[in-house]
Design a protein around this ligand. Structure first.
Ligand code: CA
Length: 243
């Protein structure tokens, strides 16, 4: 199994590579974000099972590197950082990181996480269909309590009744629905759904959130995370629903 280690500190990298090698992992070392991106280009020699990404890099912010990796490669990314705050973690996961390890970490824990993300990535989707999926979009309908979202046909239903949505409303719901419980930053939603930068689109996002809540008749389905963004909350069984 090949692993790409992105770490600017040669001592840290050498020590870690030695430990990982003992556990059968062959490590390729990149010292900067640019080196990492180069190693991950589709025409690069052999694919990596996992990218271990240090967030404190000299040339660019590790979060930015993670976002750029996601644009060119589906290789699982584990972020390694001294920042343990929840916001950083959410930010990393929203950028497409698969996992997050906080320094100082236990080697056993790191190995377990490496194996877990590489296993997840290796499992092919069950019952593959003929239709080519859009990049990164699963084919099976997403079921969120009473709400069903079918990505290939772009249909949404609540308790079996179809709910007509506009294109952007659907894109917005589909984005949130693919990772229930995960907080999506407003900037990220705007960039993914509207393909534009943040300026001036905030109000549009709010309007779409409001209309989704109304059309689905489930105001609690999309939760506002104040100062951050939104997340989709899958309703629990009625008995255990919080007031
Ligand atoms: Ca570093």
């Amino acid at each position: 199994m090949r692993l790409l280690l992105v770490e600017d500190d040669d001592h840290v990298a050498a020590a870690l590579a030695a430990v990982l090698a003992k556990h059968g992992l062959s490590v390729v070392h990149a010292r900067s974000g640019e080196e990492a991106l180069k190693a991950l280009l589709p025409d690069a020699a052999e694919p990596f099972a996992v990218v271990l990404l240090d967030l404190g890099l000299p040339d660019q912010d590790g979060f930015e590197v993670c976002g750029r990796i996601r644009k060119i490669s589906a290789t699982p990314v584990i972020m390694v950082t001294a920042r343990s705050d929840v916001r950083s973690r959410i930010h990393g996961l929203n950028l497409g990181a698969d996992d997050y390890v906080v320094k100082p970490y236990d080697t056993g824990e790191l190995l377990a996480r490496i194996h877990a993300v590489s296993r997840r990535n290796a499992v092919p989707p069950a019952g593959g269909t003929e239709q080519p999926a859009e990049e990164g979009v699963p084919e099976a309908p997403l079921r969120l309590g009473a709400v069903t979202v079918e990505l290939p046909t772009r249909q949404v239903s609540v308790d079996g009744t179809a709910v007509p949505l506009t294109r952007k409303e659907f894109d917005l719901l589909a984005l949130l629905a693919q990772r229930p419980g995960v907080v999506f930053r407003r900037e990220q939603i705007i960039s993914e759904v509207w393909r534009t930068s943040w300026e001036g689109t905030g109000r549009t996002l709010e309007v779409h959130i409001a209309s989704l809540r109304a059309k689905l008749r489930m105001p609690a389905l999309i939760e506002t995370v104040r100062g951050v963004g939104y997340r989709l909350v899958v309703p629990a069984s009625p008995a255990s629903q919080a007031p």
